[in-house]
Ligand binder design. Structure first.
Ligand code: CO
Ligand code: CO
Length: 304
């Protein structure tokens, strides 16, 4: 746990380890069924980012049972269950608490070969970086709360958050990669920082190649930025050399906290194009090569 990995790994035998993770949060979209799906996809993601295969899950539920209609709770749980089914995961139990604010998520157990754990460190100079989902959902969710997001923006963000990272993870494991993490609350640059902090490597990101949901641009320009975005920037900007020509909205989007974001994968250069093609063919259509790992300046992220 010393390097803040995405999930805990416990070795059972030389061939088998279990991967465990837990995550739950308050609703970020209005539709309870969508919220259930997003929360489940988000909880499963930390197993996928380590290259594991999730097997079982338990529901964690907080709900104001006296104030809100129970049908809302049923829709949340149905969304979670349908997402688990899509992932091939069996629901084996759960726990619920009467609470003022609804919250939902999963505790997930998966399996992995102990020698094939994909950590968030291990990126090597020469690697290419692949990001598998577009950014910008934090900005769009903030606009939604303020009544400023249009239907298209909300639909795109919801689809993005609902998408499982299973396909990207399976191809990553088949390919053999050097490092991976999933992009969540710290944003692209926060999680990228964790990948190279304290190592002898540097990360170069081509801002023009970074995928984002189109609608997030104008919302960012209107200043609809989540509080977490500013915190992410002030926490990590000492590691980041932001190029003079990088537009402000793109800088904002790269610090935007994501919910159920994509995988950031560091893959040897000779395997990168093939891995990207495989992902595109299997429906991970927004995946893109966004940069590379170099050997200096050490511990820095250069954004061009
Ligand atoms: Co994670
Ligand atoms: Co997590």
């Amino acid at each position: 746990m010393e390097r803040a990995e995405d999930a805990g790994v416990y070795k059972l035998t030389d061939e088998l380890a279990i991967v465990q993770t837990v995550d739950f949060f308050t609703p970020i979209v209005d539709n309870p069924y969508d919220f259930g799906q997003i929360a489940a996809a988000n909880s499963l993601s930390d197993v996928y980012s380590m290259g594991g295969k999730p097997l079982t899950a338990m529901n964690i539920v907080c709900f104001p049972i006296k104030e809100l209609d129970v049908s809302i709770l049923r829709l949340i749980l149905q969304g979670g269950l349908d997402k688990m089914r899509e992932a091939g995961v069996t629901l084996v139990g759960g726990h619920s608490v009467d609470d003022k604010e609804p919250k939902y998520g999963l505790s997930v157990t998966g399996i992995i070969h102990p020698d094939k754990v994909v950590k968030n460190t291990g990126a090597l100079p020469g690697d290419k970086l692949i990001l598998t989902k577009p950014l910008g959902v934090g900005i769009i969710n903030t606009a939604l709360k303020g009544g400023m997001a249009d239907e298209t923006a909300v639909r795109k963000a919801t689809e993005c958050m609902k998408a499982l990272n299973n396909t990207a993870s399976e191809h990553m494991v088949q390919t053999g990669v050097n490092a991976c993490t999933d992009i969540t609350g710290f944003g692209l640059l926060g999680h990228a920082s964790e990948m190279i902090e304290g190592t002898d490597t540097c990360m170069v990101i081509d801002s023009k190649a970074v995928p984002y949901i189109t609608e997030a641009k104008s919302l960012a320009e209107m200043g609809l930025l989540p509080g977490g975005l500013h915190r992410n920037r002030s926490y990590r900007e000492h590691m980041v050399e932001m190029g003079q020509t990088v537009p402000q909205y793109l800088s904002d989007i790269m610090y935007d906290p994501q919910t159920s974001g994509g995988l950031l994968i560091s893959v040897p250069a000779d395997k990168a194009d093939r891995l990207l093609e495989d992902m595109h063919r299997k429906g991970v259509t927004d995946a893109a090569i966004i940069g590379e790992i170099t050997d200096s300046p050490k511990g820095k992220i250069i954004v061009k």
